[in-house]
Design a protein around this ligand. Structure first.
Ligand code: ADP
Ligand code: MG
Length: 632
């Protein structure tokens, strides 16, 4: 039998170093993590056996066992669950597959203080490796159910680990920790003390549905004592609200989410009648790193009559609630139910509708009763929730009701649409917004000028999804949602004679220049007109009311879709000296070379001002440099 030595993946090595030097102050949680893994392994075995009765595995007494040896200073957590094959051990224990590891490590490097580092580790949840907070060597012996040969993994948490095959390993996994030297100052954290173990299991793992047993050490001369079961094993969702403490709910959350932090809210739901189920849902307090990645695993756990059936059951919640974690336990489903069947099941669809409404009403409750919680929620999950405005027309109003947006209003608080409408000026009919890449770029965009001058509030929408939902939704309580960068904007009171006269005069004055410029800029511009939205800038580009915005066009292209390039509208500010000067030059000079350059420059400036890119940056730079040179 040969022992092979392997190197940990770089990220794994770095995390292990952090564990060995214990940036995390609550070391007791290592036991929760090992028990959590053991419990998962038992769930998996029961399920596999259910699906395939021919699997050669003993499922008669599935349990977790904890042994301590004071003399040897070891602690062992053993399960007779699914186990791991030789290759799996290398993959699962030798590498960290979690997405976001690289980001986390980078942030950790930048975290200056211990508290910061602890927070980051907590948000990541370092499962198995947390054993190295308390152990200087960890040995794991495992045998995959149905296989004959076992594997021993061992490491001191440094650069390498060893693997060897073993012949006589029992089914399942046992993890043995060689504990660091005892700290005489700290009896409470003596992990060789049965009392300590009992306390930790009660605190963190009571709800685990498998028995967690401990065999007390025999006093001299006594016969072997009976094992003691440390947990009550009661499924939290089946117990009444009064019986369960918030802490207990939170520990369940940590077990199923692999997040070490407290959730923001626990939601309970019971349905009786023809299709009975219980649900325990959690809203996390932080968005996970990978929430917007394609392979984000969404969904809650599905149980059928207390039996774990699947992780990440997507059918139970819509994609825009993919951050919600939890458990749904249904009474009347087959234990053999598959994902495909769930997607089509009428009862499951009803369940999804009910759970969705419950989550949304919980958010509404944050909003009306607990402003801080609402703020946290919206900061973390608002962007995801807004996807529902596009995909879930049934709940559109409920989502709009809890949505809030950055605004140009001076106090800098995000606003709801309801409050926006309350504050609208006399005579204002529509809700105005502007979309764009960043708040900074749109807040100072020329499109805002007339609105700023008139003190009209504009919503500042900077998430990619904003480009889409505003069109899909169209209006809020009968008021149109209108982009300040689209269509004609007329903020002057209608029919004011003086304004009308003035405008007609200007239109005549500039008609020649506008027509000429339209031809010059034909490649990108479909119309050149005088603006009513500019007060300071000479020019801006706008879209027609139903045109795609440039950002949306780019999004479609990024997704690989063909979209024709939409021509824009160039608006000129007739009150601006530059525009007046151009008009004069147009009328007075025969030679138009200079004027052509100016038209191009003005167009590019307008594109830049809305956060766009010049079409030909090198040419633009040269034109500007030439002009500057002439002013020297
Ligand atoms: P997580 O539980 O978040 O996946 P861990 O670091 O706790 O991360 O565990 C890594 C993986 O190792 C688990 O996903 C599981 O596949 C495997 N594993 C750990 N402990 C056990 C065990 N007792 N039995 C079987 N597999 C295990
Ligand atoms: Mg784990």
């Amino acid at each position: 039998m040969t022992t092979e030595t392997f190197e940990f993946q770089v990220e794994a090595r770095q995390l292990l170093q952090l564990m060995i030097h214990s940036v995390y102050s609550n070391k007791d949680v290592f036991l929760r993590e090992l028990v959590s893994n053991a419990s998962d392994a038992l769930d998996k075995l029961r399920l596999e056996k259910l699906r395939d009765d021919s699997l050669d595995a003993d499922v008669s007494d599935l349990h977790i066992e904890i042994d301590v040896d004071k003399e040897a200073r070891t602690l062992t957590v053993r399960d007779n669950g699914i186990g791991m094959s030789y290759d799996e051990v290398g993959q699962l224990i030798g590498t960290i597959a979690k997405s976001g590891t690289a980001t986390l490590l980078k942030e950790l490097k930048e975290a200056q203080d211990a508290a910061g580092a602890e927070g980051l580790i907590g948000q990541f949840g370092v499962g198995f490796y947390s054993a190295f907070m308390v152990a200087d060597e960890v040995t794991l012996v495992t045998r995959r159910a149905g296989e004959s040969q076992g594997t021993r993994w061992s490491s001191r948490g440094e650069a390498t680990y060893t693997l060897e095959t073993v012949d006589d390993a029992p089914q399942g996994t046992s993890v043995t920790l060689h504990l660091k030297p005892a700290d005489p100052e700290n009896q409470l954290h003596d992990y060789t003390s049965p009392w300590t173990i009992r306390e930790i299991v009660k605190r963190y793992s009571d709800f685990i549905t498998w028995p967690i047993r401990m065999v007390p050490e025999a006093a001299e001369g006594d016969s072997a004592p009976e094992p003691e079961t440390l947990n009550s094993m009661k499924a939290l969702w089946a117990r009444s609200r009064e019986e369960v403490s918030d802490d207990e709910y939170h520990e369940l959350y940590k077990h199923i989410s692999h997040d070490w932090r407290e959730p923001l809210e626990t939601i309970r739901l019971q349905a009786e009648g023809t299709f009975e189920y219980q649900a325990l849902l959690f809203v996390p307090s932080h968005a996970p790193h990978d929430l917007f990645t394609r392979d984000f695993r969404r969904g809650v756990q599905l149980y059928v009559k207390r039996v774990f059936i699947m992780d990440d059951c997507e059918a139970l919640l819509p994609p825009y609630l993919r951050f919600v974690k939890g458990v749904v336990d249904a009474q009347d489903l087959s234990l053999n139910v598959s994902r495909e069947i769930l997607q089509q099941d009428r009862h499951i669809r009803m369940m999804q509708r009910r759970l969705t409404k419950k989550v949304l009403s919980t958010v509404k409750e944050f909003m009306t009763k607990d402003a801080d919680r609402y703020t946290t929620f919206w900061r973390e999950f608002g962007t995801v929730l807004k996807e529902g405005l596009v995909t879930d027309s049934e709940n559109r109003d409920a989502i709009l009701a809890v949505a809030s947006f950055a605004t140009t209003r001076s106090d800098d608080e995000p606003t709801t649409l309801a409050r926006y409408v309350e504050r609208m000026k006399d005579g204002q009919e529509d809700i105005y917004y502007l979309t764009g890449e960043s708040r900074q770029s749109i807040e100072n965009s020329p499109h805002m000028e007339a609105f700023r001058a008139k003190g009209i509030e504009v919503l500042l929408l900077t998430d990619a999804v904003d480009e889409v939902w505003v069109d899909a939704v169209g209006e809020y309580e009968g008021r149109k949602l209108r982009s300040v960068a689209k269509g004609e904007i007329d903020l002057d009171a209608k029919g004011e004679e003086k304004a009308d006269e003035e405008r007609e005069k200007q239109a005549e004055e500039f008609a020649g220049l506008l027509g000429w410029m339209r031809e010059r800029l034909d490649e990108d511009i479909k119309e050149v007109r005088l603006s009513t939205r500019l007060t300071v800038s000479p020019a801006c580009v706008v879209s027609d009311a139903h045109d795609l915005t440039p950002a949306l066009e780019n999004m479609y292209r990024a997704m690989g879709q063909e979209v024709p390039r939409t021509k824009r509208i160039l608006e000129l500010n007739p009150g601006h000296p530059l525009v007046k000067g151009l008009n004069q030059a147009y009328q007075e000079r025969e030679d138009r070379t200079e004027l052509e350059e100016s038209a191009e420059l003005l167009h590019t400036l307008a594109v830049l001002a809305e956060g766009g890119q010049p079409k030909d940056p090198a040419k633009f730079v040269k034109l500007v440099a030439d002009r500057l040179e002439r002013t020297l």
